[in-house]
Write a protein that binds this ligand. Structure first.
Ligand SMILES: [Fe+2]
Ligand SMILES: [Fe+2]
Length: 167
């Protein structure tokens, strides 16, 4: 089962996008690190680690298929934001972009009749549903509390719990 060149390029692009994600979340963590929101900082650190693990999965898969990994330069991530809401809105938009990218590779694998890659991508399709849901819920909660300090304090504590659950 030779990996089609087009598919190898798409998988390498996705490996890059996962690293861009890890870096973007590290930028968000850096923003929160300078703020009183230690829970949000923890959330973003964890998110960054998860994205690195995703990148690793693509790296390994390309290797397993005897493909060639091609690493790309990473752009400088944003680390200045106006508010926690703006950070999470940016995160949601980013996850939606990643979901669309995964679907694009899925379509390509389908056209190439590369069933092994379709099977590999299944985990990422499910993961993206979960990510968009989790981030979307936090956006909705942040919109609900607005500038209310008590509300923000509570949501920051809730964000810290996400780390407890996964760690
Ligand atoms: Fe990811
Ligand atoms: Fe993600």
């Amino acid at each position: 089962m030779k990996l089609a060149t087009k598919l190898q390029t798409a998988l390498n692009d996705q490996l890059g996008l996962e690293l861009v994600s890890a870096y973007a979340y590290l930028g968000m963590a850096a923003y929160f690190q300078q703020s009183p929101f230690t829970g949000f900082a923890q959330w973003m650190q964890l998110q960054s680690h998860e994205e690195l693990a995703h990148a690793q999965k693509f790296f390994n898969y390309i290797g397993e298929r005897n493909g060639k990994v091609k690493l790309q330069a990473l752009p400088e991530p944003q680390s200045d934001y106006k508010s926690p809401l703006q950070v999470f809105q940016t995160s949601l938009a980013h996850e939606q972009k990643v979901s669309a990218a995964i679907c694009g590779i899925y379509e390509l694998a389908l056209a190439e009749k590369d069933f092994a890659t379709l099977s590999f991508l299944k985990w990422f399709l499910d993961e993206q549903v979960e990510e968009e849901k989790t981030v979307g819920e936090m956006v909705a909660k942040l919109e609900m509390v607005g500038d209310n300090r008590n509300g923000l304090f509570h949501l920051d504590k809730l964000a810290a719990k996400r780390g407890d659950r996964i760690a």
